[in-house]
Design a protein. Structure first.
Length: 349
């Protein structure tokens, strides 16, 4: 009888132990499930919060309001903001011929919220012109897209007696030392474009720099210089008014704004193609996903009819393209202009 009682007691203890063990396993499973759910919920929430972009994007312009990069930045940013779902804020950081703002972006964190729209000088030419540049555009900045450009127009005063680029070259050769040309500043494309022309035609003219296109044009009208090759936006009003005569455009194709004016090649002078261009760049550490998205969206904006119309109104032409095309374009610019810059002897501290 005692043996049966002991056996029954042992059976009850074993049953209770198994029940407690099952409860512990069930509780553990519930705890693990809750932990996993919390982790997944937190991870998803974190992903949702960090999906790019989730706050305003800064587009730095290294020139003042009203400059060509500033104008195109404001035209593009309005549409880009709508496509990205976040404001694209323009910030002008002026100084050192565009180097201040360009250098700021080059040193910024590549978090996808700081971009740059800059030009030939800060992105290419200044690496040769300056003894010491505070940033390297080829290693500290990453190409996004070539936004747009303007052709340079070589022009003279209407009463100069010069009616073609060939006439100008002939006059420069026959009267060495008697020709001056104006530009928008030392090391600007409006200087270097003429320096390239001089190299290709074996001619000589004295460079007179000014601080803006209007002043460079005024110097021609006043007779202080004989010619200039400056952006179309500065030349066209005077050409339409009959005060200046356009000789040639610097681009590979004729400008839609001056369809009757030949290219340099059509005028008989090859290898002198150049354009005042504006490119959008990012800090070098910006992720490929962000850069590719920006490239895609900006290309879409540049293709919009109303954006094109606004750019055309400023004598600018949208370009667009891939990141690699912009990179190769910049390298080609460097190859072409490095010997030209060195030939001038220009060095900026």
């Amino acid at each position: 009888m005692k043996s049966m009682s002991t056996t029954h007691s042992n059976t009850l203890i074993q049953a209770r132990t198994q029940t407690h063990s099952w409860h512990r396993r069930a509780l553990l499973a519930l705890l693990l499930g809750a932990t996993a759910l919390t982790f997944l919920t937190t991870s998803f929430s974190s992903f949702a919060q960090t999906a790019w972009p989730n706050r305003p994007i800064k587009l730095v312009v290294p020139y003042g309001p009203g400059s060509s990069p500033d104008v195109i930045a404001r035209i593009v940013s309005e549409k880009l903001s709508a496509r990205l779902g976040q404001p694209v804020v323009i910030e002008n950081r002026v100084g050192a011929g565009g180097n201040t703002g360009s250098g700021f972006v080059a040193k910024s964190a590549g978090d996808g919220y700081t971009f740059l729209i800059s030009t030939n000088g800060p992105l290419v030419y200044n690496t040769v012109l300056y003894k010491k540049l505070s940033y390297d555009p080829f290693t500290e900045l990453r190409p996004v897209v070539l936004a747009g450009g303007q052709s340079n127009v070589c022009a003279v005063r209407s009463d100069s007696g010069i009616n073609s680029l060939s006439d100008l070259i002939t006059a420069m050769r026959s009267k060495p030392g008697q020709f001056n040309f104006s530009s928008t500043g030392i090391g600007s494309l409006s200087q270097l474009g003429v320096e390239l022309l001089k190299v290709k035609t074996d001619t000589f003219a004295v460079h007179i720099p000014y601080v803006s296109s209007p002043l460079a044009i005024m110097a021609i009208l006043q007779g202080d210089v004989q010619f200039a090759c400056v952006p179309a936006v500065a030349v066209l009003p005077q050409v339409k008014a009959g005060k200046m005569h356009a000789l040639a455009v610097s681009t590979a194709k004729r400008s839609q704004f001056l369809p009757d004016v030949p290219t340099m090649k059509e005028a008989g002078f090859t290898g002198i193609e150049n354009v005042a261009w504006m490119a959008i760049m990012a800090p070098a550490t910006t992720s490929s996903e962000v850069v590719q998205r920006m490239n895609q969206e900006i290309n879409a904006v540049l293709a919009m009819p109303d954006v094109k119309e606004k750019l055309f109104g400023q004598y600018m032409e949208p370009i667009g393209g891939t990141e690699s095309e912009l990179k190769n374009f910049m390298l080609q610019e460097l190859r072409v202009m490095t010997p030209v810059i060195k030939r001038t002897g220009i060095t900026i501290e």
